[in-house]
Design a protein. Structure first.
Length: 480
């Protein structure tokens, strides 16, 4: 038995669990687990970084997997912008009965940069050790690509006919670059991916604390991504004749002010409900702080204590952090320019220009210019007015089967809609009118999130259970 969420208006309250029908659960399929690991390894060892990698190579490898599984060529599309032959996407369709409108599964094949000298292992070698799989993309998100692919191949081999077409799009440039695959498909081939709703494996999952499952999170909204560039310029000169005016020092002072600036505390309807549900689960000081934080007005001392945790801090605030730095032109010359990239993850309801102005105010130095960086790399003196999307309404066909499988696989933990503190391709599908939910069956520990970092990894058992979960969940979503 587990928890059952009933939605009231845009949000929810907890009810008693409904019985889980044993026949809806399917036994672990060893062949599918092996296939998923095989695909996972293949993808990790294809470099798909923006700088030197090829998403096309990964997309072609996946297309061949589906051909080998019996998908007709007409249901496998390999396509992308003509301007970059490294950025092709693969779209696969498993035909259903047509009783319901299609569901779209999305996952990105590209990964962030990784240098061998920064890692303990080779980031582009799939390595299993100490109960984990290591490699760039093991948690963001070639694991999800492998799980979704193995699930569709299993369904095809079983002759499963879903109630709706299942479309899988694995795409380019979610992590950066100028050829975002989901956006390109929506603009150029929307007919291939048109769906009633979207399931994004790049979000959600079972949150654990030192291995103990706490809750199943579903990303019901997400922060807005934005890059801003700080630039200090100076006439420069000979390094033997230093002056107080120095572009590097001026930039360093500006970055220090940003380091110490905190955006205001705020909760939206999703994050407030998320924390309200956590109160009964928390103990000790955290429980007291959650109660105090949820008061009106909030106890700001409690907010400060909770904000020491990176996950809570990112949930309750817009965050901006320096991620890249460059400056100077010669070892024996005073710098003529120093520049830094500041990456922001913005709470829903705030525009990119609003955040640019806030950074400009925090820097408080007219000698340091604050600009918005477009995805194309172009710097602009005025940021976009784009905001994060409004949370989509809940759908029974997503949450009912999710609750059932969670109650079976992780008895006693709740299913909680949450806000992703990162950003995903859901921003494009939601904007296109296709409600999007971040759903994954993999467990991750709140103190071991390594996506985008050194020695990225996912637990061996977490991945295996994620494979089992996704098959049962997707069958629940697409059952007759």
């Amino acid at each position: 038995m587990g928890s059952k969420i009933r939605w009231i208006g845009p949000f929810f309250c907890l009810l008693l669990a409904l019985p889980v029908m044993a026949q809806e659960m399917s036994p672990t399929d060893a062949a599918t687990r092996r296939l998923a690991i095989d695909i996972f390894k293949q993808l990790i060892e294809i470099n798909t970084t923006d700088s030197v990698g090829s998403v096309t190579a990964a997309a072609e490898a996946m297309a061949q997997r589906f051909r080998d599984a019996g998908f007709p060529e007409s249901d496998i599309q390999l396509l992308g912008p003509s301007s970059n032959d490294r950025k092709k996407n693969v779209v696969v369709r498993l035909h259903g009965s047509g009783k319901q409108k299609p569901v779209l599964l999305i996952g990105h094949l590209d990964v962030v940069e990784a240098r061998r000298e920064d890692w303990t292992t080779d980031p582009f070698q799939f390595i299993e050790k100490d109960g984990y799989y290591y490699g760039r993309g093991t948690s963001d998100m070639k694991d999800g690509d492998a799980i979704m692919s193995a699930t569709l191949i299993r369904m095809k081999k079983e002759g499963y006919v879903p109630s709706r077409d299942i479309i899988l799009a694995m795409t380019a440039d979610e992590e950066g670059g100028t050829s975002n695959g989901v956006n390109w498909l929506i603009k150029n081939h929307r007919d291939l991916i048109e769906a009633e709703f979207v399931l994004n494996h790049d979000g959600g999952g079972v949150l654990a604390d030192h291995g103990k499952p706490l809750m199943m999170e579903v990303d019901a909204t997400e922060k807005l991504y934005g890059d801003f560039v700080l630039t200090a310029t100076n006439p420069g000169g000979h390094s033997s004749l230093p002056r107080p005016e120095n572009a590097i020092y001026e930039l360093a002072d500006a970055l220090t002010r940003i380091e110490h600036y905190q955006f205001p505390f705020e909760l939206n309807n999703i994050t407030r409900a998320y924390y309200e549900r956590q109160v009964s689960m928390a103990t000790g000081q955290r429980a007291a702080d959650l109660k105090a934080m949820l008061k009106n007005p909030p106890d700001m001392d409690a907010v400060a204590r909770l904000s020491k945790d990176p996950m809570d801090n990112s949930t309750m605030h817009t965050t901006c952090v320096a991620t890249r730095l460059s400056g100077g032109h010669a070892n024996n010359a005073l710098p003529q320019m120093a520049q830094a990239n500041v990456n922001c993850r913005i709470e829903p309801g705030h525009s990119l220009e609003e955040i640019r102005l806030a950074l400009e105010k925090a820097v408080a130095d007219p000698k340091v210019k604050v600009q918005f960086r477009e995805n194309t790399g172009v710097l602009m003196d005025h940021g976009s007015d784009r905001h994060s999307y409004v949370p989509p309404p809940p759908r029974k066909e997503v949450f009912d089967p999710l609750e059932r499988v969670v109650a079976q696989m992780w008895p006693g933990i709740p299913v909680l809609p949450n806000m992703s503190t990162g950003a995903s391709d859901g921003v494009y599908t939601n904007a296109a009118g296709m409600p999007t939910y971040g759903v994954s069956g993999e467990q991750y520990d709140r103190d071991d999130v390594r996506a985008h970092g050194k020695d990225e990894r996912i637990g061996v058992e977490s991945f295996a259970r994620g494979v089992d979960f996704y098959y049962v969940f997707l069958k629940g979503v697409t059952g007759q």
